[in-house]
Design a protein around this ligand. Structure first.
Ligand code: RFL
Ligand code: PHB
Length: 395
């Protein structure tokens, strides 16, 4: 097979890139290692920045998002035994996040690709990326028990942090991996229990971070800071609910409890591959970087990357010039490091460091106090939480 852009991975990055390229008249093929049902069920992100919603609208991928997504104009911050409302939209001229699960976005983008006739192969793991120094790189993949090849002009590595694209790029020796591993993790659960609030509740409790989110009026999504290395079995339901109440509930108003349908431990790390490109291989989304989930930025960064990549590829198609494409890594990394910095600062602010002394714990409380006033710190936090401006897609 041959195409202009070979896309590895049908997560949000690969699927949205395929959509943007299709609209710009650039042909592509998407190769996904897993089956469609698995990809559509994988539970992950939920909060889309205003800028990401605008991109999805502009490329005709937001019909269901506009009907079913729930706008969150702020959140509650549990601090000093009380819940304080933190207004985001009020501090950002009306910009806000929308709660729309990544599973639903992935289903929408797959349905659009299928309707468009965009070649999208499931159960087609890419095993190697070859010929990066030449003009026609080749993807080797297996499909239906056969070894196949896809020859392309460019390869978009959208296959996540454990994918072939990142591994291939790092093996060239031309890029480095920056990494921060946190000494704590999140226990994440889904529960068939009505959310205790219409808005997210975040807590920077002295015992550790906790987050209350939701998927519907009947389903809560909850996260609890736990030590790195903990297993879900260390957290029987009663222990977990008691700890969530301690960190999130206000006295006398416990959370609603219900059957736990999923429980998993999620490691926290920040990673950046720099530069995000080697020759004709360009990384986007989690393949290029990870952020700790505290700021809800991973999916939004993936959207920003693929908008920049689609612009570069579309510019090349229209003008023959690679000028924009050549700046891809530089343009993305500016935003990536801003978001990396925000996600790190928010993580440190809201989590209890295992080795913190009393002095450091007081500093954390002081920083949280500052967020709750009409301060420049609060304005800056809101600006980052709602998301930095994103390029409009060229379509
Ligand atoms: P994905 O979603 O990992 O997709 C990569 C795809 O590549 C496939 N693949 C391959 N395909 C072909 N050949 C190979 N060799 C392949 N190897 C892998 C995989 O099967 C997969 O389908 O990466 P992508 O597209 O870059 O998307 C990134 C997002 O998934 C991720 O950043 C977010 O989920 C992060 N995140 C959040 N981001 C937000 O913006 N807002 C949030 O509220 C938010 N909450 C979260 C999160 C991530 C979480 N976890 C589980 C880490 C909450 C959590 C708990
Ligand atoms: C979620 O609803 O899954 C969620 C919300 C906010 C985050 C992370 C995850 O920061």
């Amino acid at each position: 097979m041959r195409t202009t852009v070979g896309i590895i991975g049908a997560g949000p990055a690969g699927l949205l890139l395929a959509r943007l390229l299709r609209r710009a008249g650039v042909d592509c093929v998407v190769l996904e290692a897993r089956g469609r049902a698995y990809v559509e069920r994988r539970q992950r992100a939920a909060l889309l920045e205003q800028g990401a919603v605008d991109v999805l609208r502009a490329c005709g991928a937001a019909d269901r998002l506009d009907r079913e997504g729930v706008r969150h104009e702020g959140f509650e911050l549990r601090h000093r035994d009380r819940r304080h409302r933190f207004g985001v939209a009020a501090r950002t001229g009306g910009r806000a996040n929308t709660l729309y699960p990544q599973t639903e976005l992935v289903k929408d983008l797959i349905a659009l690709a299928t309707a468009d006739g965009t070649p999208l192969l499931f159960d087609a793991p890419v095993t190697a990326v070859e010929g990066l120094d030449g003009d026609r790189p080749v993807l080797r993949y297996t499909h239906g028990g056969r070894e196949e090849t896809l020859e392309c002009s460019y390869v978009a590595g959208c296959d996540g942090s454990f994918g072939t694209a990142r591994r291939t790029l790092l093996a060239t020796g031309a890029a480095r991996l920056h990494e921060r591993v946190y000494p704590y993790a999140w226990l994440g659960v889904f529960a068939d229990a009505p959310p205790a609030s219409d808005e997210l509740i975040l807590s920077g409790h002295e015992r550790g971070f906790a987050l209350h989110s939701m998927r519907s009026p009947e389903v809560s999504r909850l996260y609890l800071q736990v030590p790195a290395g903990t297993t879900p079995e260390d957290w029987p339901d009663d222990r977990m609910w008691d700890e969530l109440d301690t960190r999130l509930a206000v006295p006398g108003h416990p959370l609603h409890r219900g059957p736990v349908t999923d429980k998993a431990v999620i490691p926290l790390r920040g990673q950046v591959v720099e530069p995000m490109r080697y020759g004709r291989l360009l990384l986007a989304g989690d393949a290029a970087h990870l952020v700790p989930p505290t700021g809800a930025k991973g999916l939004n960064l993936a959207v920003a990357d693929v908008v920049t990549l689609a612009r570069g590829l579309s510019h090349r198609r229209r003008t023959g010039s690679t000028a924009l494409l050549d700046r891809y890594s530089e343009l993305c990394l500016r935003r990536v490091w801003q978001v990396q910095e925000f996600s790190h600062a928010m993580t440190v602010l809201l989590h209890a460091a295992p080795d913190a002394d009393a002095y450091e714990r007081r500093l954390r409380t002081a920083r949280l106090d500052r967020l709750l006033g009409p301060t420049a710190a609060a304005a800056e936090f809101a600006e980052n939480y709602a998301g930095l401006p994103m390029d409009a897609p060229l379509i």
